[in-house]
Design a protein around this ligand. Structure first.
Ligand code: ADP
Ligand code: 2DT
Ligand code: MG
Length: 210
């Protein structure tokens, strides 16, 4: 049996990651399983949720960074066993968000290399689609924006720049930047679905790792 493929949807807040991840899963049915990071239902995920939603619950940037990574390791065995069983896995955020949001804080010592270290050894996606909006300020008009800790225009701008620095620092031939500026949900879906199908159709067995 061919192993399943790992597909990652990345991007800034409100670029349509969850919308597109869910549409991919709906399109492909039970051959795929969706995971969203942070996975807020686990013990570590509960702490992360509290950090994101409750301003009175603060943590040092190093600590919250390590919790986000630990949260991926909590779910890693499950993802690997699904891939081994032939199921495809779609991820809504993963390592790139982990590194970009933390490195964007520009804390001395917390550079991209430091931020990537705890994620080293996680499976690298067979396809990463980075949903990119040229003008992140237009995203503020979308439902629910501003409710959580990182949803501030100035910080989003820094995160956007940092994502591209992270992409320079972490080579990945299977990463595609998808410009979603001014595109409808259906237009974005029609752009990404053929890329997803192409990857699901190849029968490479080797895993890649961060
Ligand atoms: P993310 O998971 O990246 O934060 P969501 O998928 O939750 O973003 O989308 C945020 C909001 O924007 C939702 O209300 C969604 O319906 C809407 N939305 C998503 N994609 C588009 C698009 N291409 N055009 C207009 N609105 C969109
Ligand atoms: P959602 O809005 O997608 O639920 O994300 N984040 C996420 C990090 O800072 N580090 C990480 O490793 C991950 C996966 C991005 C909630 C927020 O959490 C941030 C936005
Ligand atoms: Mg989302």
């Amino acid at each position: 049996m061919t192993r399943g493929k790992l597909i990652l949807i990345e991007g800034l807040d409100r670029t349509g990651k969850s919308t597109q991840s869910e549409k991919i899963v709906k399109e492909l049915g039970d051959e795929v399983v969706l995971f969203k990071f942070p996975e807020r239902s686990t013990p570590i995920g509960g702490l992360i949720n509290q950090y994101l939603t409750d301003r009175s619950f603060d943590l040092p940037p190093q600590s919250i960074h390590l919790l986000f990574s630990a949260n991926r390791w909590e779910v890693n065995a499950k993802i690997c066993s699904l891939l081994e069983s032939g199921k495809h896995v779609v991820l809504d955020r993963y390592v790139y968000s982990g590194v970009a949001y933390s490195a964007a804080k520009q804390i001395p010592g917390m550079d991209i290399s430091w931020c990537l270290n705890p994620d080293k050894g996680l499976v690298k996606p067979d396809l990463t689609l980075f949903l990119s909006n040229q003008d992140s300020s237009s995203l503020q008009d979308r439902d629910g924006y501003g409710e959580e800790r990182y949803e501030k225009a100035a910080f989003q701008k820094k995160v956007r720049e940092t994502f591209f620095q992270v992409f320079d620092a972490i080579p990945d031939d299977n990463r595609v930047i998808v410009d979603v500026t001014g595109k409808s949900i259906e237009q974005v879906f029609d752009t990404i679905m053929p890329l997803v199908r192409k990857v699901l159709g190849n029968n490479s067995e080797d895993y890649l790792y961060f």
